[in-house]
Design a protein around this ligand. Structure first.
Ligand code: HEC
Length: 148
């Protein structure tokens, strides 16, 4: 093996071990946070202050319900408790949308999360319009009251 080749392989080896170390560090950080019930997910303040322009009339809530059924229920479950058929295979689990820690967030914060997604929670940037996202939020607000 030529000395040049040895040098370049060593350099590559160092780069690979460095990348692996970085990955291992990230994984253990994620585990540490996971042990405390998932990584905190906060919407930026500006997004959280955005108000919902779509009034929650019966028609809008019905439309939101339909959209929820089509695009969210698989993971979040029929009543939003995070217990849809796909939830068992997901880590972290889909959020319980009827729970206080979700219902206490502003419509703007929920809008930003539903728009952006994170991890297994898909972004709806390409699949829903703004109007549809607000309608889904109007529907999600009705889940708190129905909590059993
Ligand atoms: C493929 C499964 C899946 C689908 C489909 C899905 N979600 Fe999620 N959702 C998740 C998971 C998993 C999380 C938790 C993500 C995290 O904490 O990293 C989540 C988190 C959320 C949160 C954040 C709650 C919090 O903790 O602040 C909201 C809001 C939400 N989902 C709403 C929706 C809505 C509305 C839809 C439909 C438009 C939807 N999700 C579709 C899996 C899904």
């Amino acid at each position: 093996m030529s000395p040049l080749r040895t040098v370049s392989m060593t350099a590559r080896g160092a780069a690979i071990s460095f990348a692996l170390l970085a990955l291992a560090g990230r994984a253990s950080a994620a585990r540490a946070q996971g042990a405390h019930g998932g990584t905190p997910w906060d919407a930026p303040e500006r997004a959280a202050h955005r108000s919902n322009p779509v009034l929650a009339t019966d028609a809008v809530v019905d439309r939101g319900h339909m959209l929820f059924h089509q695009t969210c229920e698989l993971c979040h479950g029929p009543k939003g408790h995070g217990d849809g058929p796909m939830s068992t295979s997901l880590t972290p689990k889909p959020a319980d949308l009827a729970a206080d820690h979700v219902q206490s967030q502003t419509d703007g914060a929920l809008f930003w999360k539903i728009y952006s997604g994170r991890g297994m929670m898909p972004s709806t940037q390409a699949t829903l319009s703004d109007e549809q996202r607000w309608a889904v939020i109007d529907y999600i607000r009705t889940l708190a009251a129905k909590r059993q």
